[in-house]
Design a protein around this ligand. Structure first.
Ligand SMILES: Nc1ncnc2c1ncn2[C@@H]1O[C@H](COP(=O)(O)OP(=O)(O)OP(=O)(O)O)[C@@H](O)[C@H]1O
Length: 261
């Protein structure tokens, strides 16, 4: 479904993503892990068109998407959430989800697909669809509350509902469990499984290695912009280079270097 070859991104003298190639198959939950500053978010930013890669190609369902503008990539079926929650805190939960459709209704997307004839019909459809997604993420009872009044974990769920309102083929989640307690992490894991069951392929960036190894079909590891592993979880977590990138190299005096979270 997604085939990336040799993508690279430089910021001045720093190579944030260095010749990364990988493939994600339809229906997979694919994990992207690595220490702080490894290039994971930059990778998402290239994939979604926020940054143009300095080299490399990205094919999505057989079509090149590298270098396209973000709205074009979104239109091809890739949706995302951000590391930092981006909600309109004083607007209702429901209105925040509806915003995911911004630009889509005016382009007549749903009108064309569903034969909706008027703006009113379209608005009613977006309303119902947003409510359905709030139900999916477990927030049906919260739709009229101000988004900012929700817990951190629930705000992340609103973001996911908003990203799903365009019915993406592929959903990119940037640290969906950041700041969550153990119970919320479990709930998020169940939600991501549900999203996949509904037919959406998922790529997630995560720091919670236990969660990612339990959830993902395959995992790629970035370290200093370079992909150092890409395999099923059992193989990745026993890879020596991965262990060193995460835990740090232990020298003869037992001092740990380059520790990461
Ligand atoms: N816009 C930018 N300008 C300059 N340097 C940047 C920019 N964005 C990212 N970087 C640098 O690129 C490297 C990779 O950053 P990136 O945010 O992609 O890492 P990450 O793996 O997502 O880290 P984290 O887990 O901490 O979010 C870092 O050294 C970062 O400082």
């Amino acid at each position: 479904m997604l085939k990336i070859e040799g993508i690279m991104k430089r910021f001045g003298g720093l190579i944030a993503v260095d010749q990364v190639s990988l493939q994600v198959n339809q229906g997979e939950i694919f994990g992207l892990i690595g220490p702080n500053g490894a290039g994971k978010t930059t990778f998402f930013n290239i994939l979604t068109g926020i940054y143009k890669p300095d080299a490399g190609t990205i094919m999505f369902e057989g079509e090149p998407i590298h270098g396209l503008k973000p709205y074009r990539i979104a239109k091809s079926g890739i949706s995302r959430t951000f590391q930092n929650i981006r909600l309109l805190k004083e607007e209702s939960v429901l209105d925040n989800v509806k915003l995911g459709m911004f630009g889509k209704t005016s382009s007549g997307l749903w009108a064309a697909i569903l034969g909706l004839r008027t703006a009113k019909e379209e608005e009613a459809f977006v309303h119902a669809e947003s409510q359905r997604l709030l139900e999916l993420v477990g927030l049906a009872d919260f739709e009229q509350l101000e988004a900012g009044s929700l817990s951190y974990g629930n705000q992340r769920r609103v973001e996911i509902a908003r990203a799903l309102v365009v019915r993406p083929k592929m959903l990119l989640l940037d640290e969906p469990t950041a700041g969550m307690n153990a119970e919320e992490v479990q709930e998020m894991t169940a939600l991501i499984r549900k999203i996949r069951q509904n037919g959406t392929t998922v790529i997630l960036i995560e720091h919670n290695v236990t969660m990612v190894t339990g959830l993902c079909d395959r995992i790629a590891v970035l370290d200093h912009g370079v992909k150092i592993a890409d395999d099923i979880p059992e193989v990745v977590i026993s890879n020596q280079e991965v262990i060193e990138a995460y835990i740090g190299k232990v020298d003869v005096e037992g001092v740990t270097h380059s520790a990461a979270n």
